[in-house]
Design a protein around this ligand. Structure first.
Ligand code: ATP
Ligand code: MG
Length: 397
């Protein structure tokens, strides 16, 4: 859906809140991305209404973060987060505060936001509210904190990573004061929960100017406070010698792994508190990448890796070796394989038991593996008959 349409769809929500007597605006990333003509993600709405008041205005709501003032409103099948204008006070330990205070004006709400480009609002008629020069910062492509950078980074140290992440996503520079404060405050990142760091790192690596984001992490000294990266500045610097735009976000994680070569990649990824599924995928792809640096892809290695792992490993290996990627070719080769999973085998344990007239046991697993390999390598056709003939010819029945 295009940006205009997204706002058009959400406009009646603002109208309803206004009708009930509460100011309401689009805020944050959606306004920024709209002005930049980038595809907008979520439409966040800020309002003077308290959570209870929001819930009275709409029939379908979900309490997603009442203590932070956020209510999810379900509107024509889509969910919209509506957050009461708030300030954040009493920052403790350089982290986001636990408690927030609600306020009745938009301006106070915008003031607590991290960067000027993120501190704009738009009403339902398209009028922009921009008290901190966000539009000018978009023009000059600068990331600048709202208020004194050092204070804002001391309140919530994650903002330093967010600065690097936006530099990557938008291709913007840091404003000089923001950059200097980032270097001074880097060590405060130590107090930030890994989960929050991971979210920003994921977005940073997926950004179109990931190298610029990584440079900020390096030059600002943030690297030392990221999981598993202490003392790895040189290796990360090496990452910058490659054209990272050739890789997807996950492939950039993989490149990082290959360059760091941790003893136990799974444990290294665990330090980042990644979801188990992603750890498994990345650690598996890492092994595949290392293996394929030493040998050619065969049908069976493609089958074992699966198409996603094969393509990701190949993209990274090609970049490291300075040769064109064969990922597309591998994708086609994988599509042409006789089978893609064990489930596609024409036989199961049931046939094996019948043919051998035996009860199940460990022998079945090795039979299945042998047949699987023979079918993938096209030594035998994937049909019940042919597999049976082949087993007989091998004296296995
Ligand atoms: P994205 O497109 O990645 O979602 P976003 O700008 O919407 O980018 P979010 O993390 O979703 O970023 O945050 C929404 C808004 O909340 C931001 O635009 C900013 O105004 C404010 N914000 C988020 N995190 C912080 C923070 N740590 N400190 C101050 N303001 C923040
Ligand atoms: Mg957002």
């Amino acid at each position: 859906m295009n940006n205009e349409l997204i706002f058009e769809k959400a406009a009646p929500i603002l109208a309803q809140l206004e009708k009930a007597g509460f100011d309401a605006y689009y805020v944050g990333g959606a306004v920024r991305d709209y002005l930049l003509n980038r595809p907008i993600g979520d439409v966040d709405i800020a309002t003077a209404a308290l959570p209870e008041e929001v819930k009275r205005v709409f029939s379908k709501t979900v309490d997603v973060g009442i203590e932070h003032g956020t209510v999810l409103v379900i509107w024509q099948g889509d969910g919209y987060e509506i957050t009461t204008f708030r300030t954040e006070s009493d920052y403790k330990d350089f982290r986001r505060p636990e408690k927030v205070s609600f306020v009745r004006t938009l301006e106070e709400d915008l003031k607590r936001r991290d960067f000027t480009i993120n501190a704009m609002a738009m009403d339902r008629h398209g009028t922009i509210v921009d008290p901190f020069g966000g539009k000018a910062a978009l023009q000059s492509q600068q990331i600048q904190t709202v208020g004194k950078a050092q204070e804002r980074f001391s309140e919530d140290a994650l903002r330093m990573m967010r600065a690097a992440r936006f530099a990557s996503q938008l291709g913007f520079q840091l404003h000089i004061e923001t950059e200097e404060a980032l270097s001074r405050c880097a060590s405060l990142l130590e107090h930030i929960a890994v989960e929050r760091k991971l979210m920003e790192m994921d977005k940073l690596l997926a950004g179109k100017e990931a190298a610029a984001g990584i440079k900020i992490l390096l030059e600002g000294g943030l690297i030392a406070y990221l999981p598993g990266l202490l003392g790895q500045e040189q290796r990360i610097n090496k990452m910058l010698s490659y054209d990272l735009n050739k890789l997807t976000g996950i492939q950039k994680w993989l490149l990082l792994l290959v360059l760091l070569a941790p003893h136990k990649p799974g444990d290294w990824l665990k330090k980042w508190r990644m979801p188990a599924k992603k750890i498994k995928y990345l650690a598996g792809t890492y092994e595949t990448a290392l293996k394929q640096q030493k040998e050619e892809w065969t049908d069976f290695s493609l089958y074992e890796a699966g198409v996603d792992q094969a393509m990701d490993a190949e993209a990274v290996n090609a970049l490291l070796a300075g040769r064109p990627s064969k990922a597309e070719e591998l994708k086609n080769r994988h599509a042409d394989l006789s089978i893609h999973t064990r489930k596609e085998l024409a036989i199961t344990g049931k046939e094996l038991k019948e043919w051998k007239n035996e009860t199940g046991g460990p022998w079945m697993k090795s039979y299945i593996e042998m047949i699987e390999r023979a079918v993938v390598e096209r030594k035998v056709e994937n049909s019940k008959e042919k597999i049976k003939e082949w087993l007989e010819a091998c004296n296995l029945l």
